[in-house]
Every structure is written in C-alpha cells, then in structure tokens.
Design a protein around this ligand. Sequence first.
Ligand code: NAP
Ligand code: GLV
Ligand code: GLV
Length: 317
Amino acid sequence: MILITRKILPAGLDLLRSFTSELVINEEDRNLTHEELLTRVKGASAIVCLLSDIIDEAVIDAAGPQLKIIANYAVGFNNIDIDYATRRGIRVTNTPDVLTHATADLAWALIMAVSRRIVEADQYCRQGKFKGWAPDLMLGMELTGKTIGILGAGRIGQATARRAKAFDMKVIYSSRYDKFAFEVETKAKRVGLEELLKESDIVSIHLPLVEETFHLLDTHELELMKSSAFLVNTGRGPIVNEQALAEALKKGTIAGAGLDVYEDEPKIYSELYPLKNVVLLPHIGSATTETRSRMSVMVAENIIAALKGEKPKNLVN
Ligand code: NAP
Ligand code: GLV
Ligand code: GLV
C-alpha cells in the first residue's frame, strides 16, 4: 500500500495508479495530524508526504517492516528523521531542481514587494486613499546598483542571484564552499556571514534547515544589517528567530522583511501581523501549477523505482 498524506497534482497520481491500485489517499482538504499519520501509515510500503508531515521514528515504526520509501513532496527534508530511516534501510527522496525557478521567482516577488511597498500600496488603493499622484507617495528603495546577499548559494540561491543580474545588482554570497562557475557567471563574491549582513541591501535566505542554520539570524545578526536593508526568507522559518525579527522590524533595525516561511507553521508570530513593513506569504515558494505537477511526477517516479527494487533518482540518504 502507498499512503499519500494529501492529494498531490493529478500527473503523479495517475502514474502511481498505473503502477498499483493500492493507494490510500487522504482526500480531505486538510493535512493529517500526527495521530492520524500514526494510524494511517500502518502497512504502507511507501509514503508520499508533505513538508508539514513530521516523519519521525514513531511514524516510521508505526508503518511496519515493509516500508521501503518515504518520498517527500518538497526539496527540503528537515521534516523527516533521515538518520533513523537510513538505519532502518528506508529510502528517502525529495524533489530538487523542478521547483528551483518557481521558488527563485517567489523570492523576487518578495524582494519587489518589500522594496516597493506593493502590498501596502494595494491596500491603500482599496481603502480609497489614493487622492492623486504625489512626489513623496509610497517611496521605496531602488534595486538597480544595490547589493544582494545570498545566504546559501545552492540551486535556488544561485537562481535568485542570476535574476539579480537583470537589475544590475552586485551579488555577494555566503556558503560553506566556493562556487566557481557561479562566480564567473554572475561575478558573485563569496564573503563571510558578517560581511554579507553588513554589506547587503537585500539579504535573501536559501539555506536548508539543519542544526547549524537554526536561528542563524538572531538579534545580533539583524543588528549587523543596514537599517535600510530588507530580509527575505524563502528557506525555512527557524533559520530566523521570528521574535527577534519582529522586534527589529518594530524598532527599525532593518527596513522590512518578506517571509514565505515561519518558525512554527502554520502559526505566524502574532506581533508580525500589525507591521506594515513585512509581507507575509503562506509558504507558496513552489506553488505554480507547472512545478507542483512536475513534483508530483518526480515523487511517483521515485516511489515506483524503489518499489521495483531500483535506485530512485532523488535519493537523499
Ligand atoms: P540546495 O541546492 O541544497 O542549496 C542549499 C545550499 O545551502 C547548499 O548549496 C549549501 O551550500 C548551503 N548550505 C549552507 N550550510 C549548509 C548546511 N549546513 N547543510 C547543507 N547545506 C548548507 O537546496 P535548494 O534546492 O536550493 O533548496 C534550499 C532550501 O530552500 C531547501 O532546503 C528548502 O528548505 C527551501 N525551499 C523553500 C521553498 C518554499 O516554498 N519557500 C521551496 C523550495 C525550497 P554549501 O554547501 O556551499 O554550504
Ligand atoms: C518547500 O518548502 C520545499 O522544500 O520544497
Ligand atoms: C510617471 O508616471 C511619470 O510619467 O514619470
């Protein structure tokens, strides 16, 4: 049996249906609770899960010894206990590459939104406040010639940086390793975290959530940023201390922020809501029809390979 914790797009489901009739799909318009996961996973040889499903030791054990693969419908896999799955000989796969452009586009949607006050301006119009063009109405920050700092120059970080070239922006990045081809292509310069925070007008986070990146940006790091700079997070919420961020936005330590991800999703730290200088999105980085459809096919192909005893393409363990 293949457990699908929530309906994914039809292309992948059709592929799985053509492989087996033994699909158990959560047809409800909501995510499963951990308790429900523990019950429904029993007897599964494969799990298609969302980034919001916590696949821990308990869920893996509840599935039973026949479990062969956990296929995450996401590129990030911090929701899965990879070490335990590996010890149990269970394969874990993700959906890299196919969502790179969609997510980099969304990072840019946030960059434009925060630097030009798009959401605030839209609300201003809807509230009937637009009384005529004015020299000082809704002034924002120009992007041309400014510096963007990419935290985590992997697939999405690099794609975000490439888009910055169209704005004639200077690119700096921080990563554990040099990316030579990327540097040649974008003239990006690798710097340390402190320099990146001090120099950037836009700081864009594209790191995975791991122990070393948890609260990488806290009060001290936010204070290193320019007071005119904007922070954009499309990586994972817990990389930024949300409480410290709200404080920094209130005090004007930084100019604004654009967030797609949160520390305790789907909860959003309540003090962010009243702030005009933050744009809040409901974790929609990869949410284009094209990308979510490709992700569904990828998940299905990984599962079919694993259940046939072959090596899935997108193994992370
Ligand atoms: P990726 O290609 O693996 O890039 C991540 C980069 O982070 C790596 O190239 C790595 O570069 C750097 N990094 C720094 N410290 C690291 C550490 N301790 N462990 C691992 N990598 C570290 O992944 P991606 O496809 O660009 O995705 C990046 C993240 O974006 C995902 O993990 C996910 O959390 C998030 N994401 C969010 C959305 C959304 O909807 N908002 C959508 C897709 C992805 P170095 O090796 O040089 O350090
Ligand atoms: C989305 O956040 C992903 O990791 O794919
Ligand atoms: C603005 O609309 C302009 O013409 O400058």
